[in-house]
Design a protein around this ligand. Structure first.
Ligand code: PLP
Length: 400
């Protein structure tokens, strides 16, 4: 009889992708729904990147490449790490995967098994616990609510680490909260890691270039260079260069880990797409000025959304320091009743109400491990954001 593996039974389909699919279905049915669930920039891939891909096709760069990435792309990544993060990695310390998700998956699956633990601050990116569970290890969730600006403290980290801890997964700026750790905050967490020599840290820097804090972006290997051998610095082209469909993620880390990840990759995907790799090399070595322009556009939208959501009764929306999400605390809506007579018991209920009543699609905090809250992506036009927030305001005001 057909059966699925135990590893597959331990994971769930991505809830953000599920909501995005539901929005697409409603739109197909002609429903006027505003989808704010997808984690994708609405900007296009820059033309010079597209041109590089076309040139790569014409030059016949259409064959298998080295499993862990072409020498050209590895060079471009080394250059990026040196230029932007002050990090010096050798080519043997760099790997390219099929998106940032793939890089994280390979790192965890190459190093974790049943009996291991992985510390994950919540709210977390939806895929972390599932990737960890797939490996057989146990996700250890550390909650950091709006009252602590969605950031874990050194004391919380220390308390979560046990002899079985393999990794800490840190994402700054965060999906879903937008919270970013300053260099000093990272140093304080690094101090804890120094006391636990068996623990590795994965720094997920995917939103590095969508950053508005009044302090500069920092990453752990940069601020704690003595810990560099225990850190995997992961990043990618998806968000910064609006290249979600090209599927290029990369990481710098100790050579033994990079080698292990490449071994796993060699028996699953092989190399990432050769054409996408050429495009990624162009993105990382080409002009970077458009990043600041896009960041400014995101900042304007952030201010619009934060301002309007804070006027909605029952919502408290902290101001994110980066990424393109807001994560309002919805405690004030729980226990209230909709005009249709349904009691809002959870953020799942609230999101269902927003979809049915206000025709706005968001993702419930339950998906990110910290409730009651929800995530809105503001990577869409100002006009749509204004309309969506007005609908949410009206829906919140209608709760009794
Ligand atoms: N890390 C975080 C925090 C993300 O939000 C995402 C995408 O949503 C990724 C990693 C993976 O990005 P991709 O696999 O699209 O490169």
């Amino acid at each position: 009889m057909a059966r699925l593996s135990a590893a597959l039974d331990r994971i769930h389909p991505s809830q953000t992708l599920a909501m995005t699919a539901r929005v697409a279905e409603l739109k197909r049915q002609g429903v006027d729904v505003i989808g704010l669930s997808a984690g994708e920039p609405d900007f296009d891939t820059p033309d010079f990147v597209k041109e590089a891909a076309i040139a790569a096709i014409r030059a016949g760069k259409t064959k298998y490449t080295d499993v862990g990435g072409t020498p050209e792309l590895k060079d471009a990544i080394r250059g990026k790490f040196a230029r932007e993060n002050g990090l010096d990695y050798q080519a043997s310390e760099i790997i390219v995967g099929v998106g940032g998700k793939h890089v994280i998956f390979n790192a965890i699956v190459a190093t974790c098994e049943a009996g291991d633990e992985v510390v994950i601050p919540a709210p977390y990116w939806v895929s972390y616990p599932d990737i960890v569970a797939y490996s057989g290890a146990k996700p250890v969730i550390v909650k950091a609510g709006a009252d602590q600006a969605y950031k874990i403290t050194p004391e919380q980290l220390d308390a979560a680490i046990t002899p079985r801890t393999r990794w800490v997964l840190l994402n700054s700026p965060s999906n879903p909260s937008g919270a970013a750790y300053s260099a000093d905050e990272l140093k304080a967490l690094g101090e804890v890691l120094r006391r636990h020599e068996h623990v590795m840290l994965l720094s997920d820097d995917m939103y590095e270039h969508i950053f508005y804090a009044d302090f500069p972006f920092a990453t752990m290997a940069q601020v704690c260079p003595d810990l560099k051998d225990r850190i995997l610095t992961e990043n990618g082209c998806s968000k910064a260069y609006a290249m979600t469909g090209w599927r290029i993620g990369y990481a710098g880390g100790p050579a033994w880990l990079i080698k292990a990840m490449a071994k796993l990759q060699s028996q699953s995907t092989s190399n990432p797409c050769s054409i996408a790799q050429a495009a990624a090399a162009a993105a990382l070595t080409g002009p970077q000025d458009f990043l600041a322009e896009r960041q400014d556009a995101f900042r304007t939208r952030r201010d619009l959304v934060v301002g309007m959501l804070n006027e909605a009764p029952g919502l408290v929306c902290p101001t994110p320091e980066g990424a393109f999400y807001v994560y309002p605390d919805a405690s004030g809506c729980i226990g209230k009743t909709t005009p249709e007579g349904k009691r809002i018991e959870s953020d799942d209920d609230l999101i269902g109400y927003f979809l049915d009543h206000a025709r706005v699609a968001a993702v419930a905090g339950a998906a990110f491990g910290l409730s009651p809250a929800f995530r809105i992506s503001y990577a869409t036009s100002d006009a749509l954001l204004r309309e969506a927030c007005a609908r949410i305001q009206e829906a919140c005001a209608a709760l009794r």
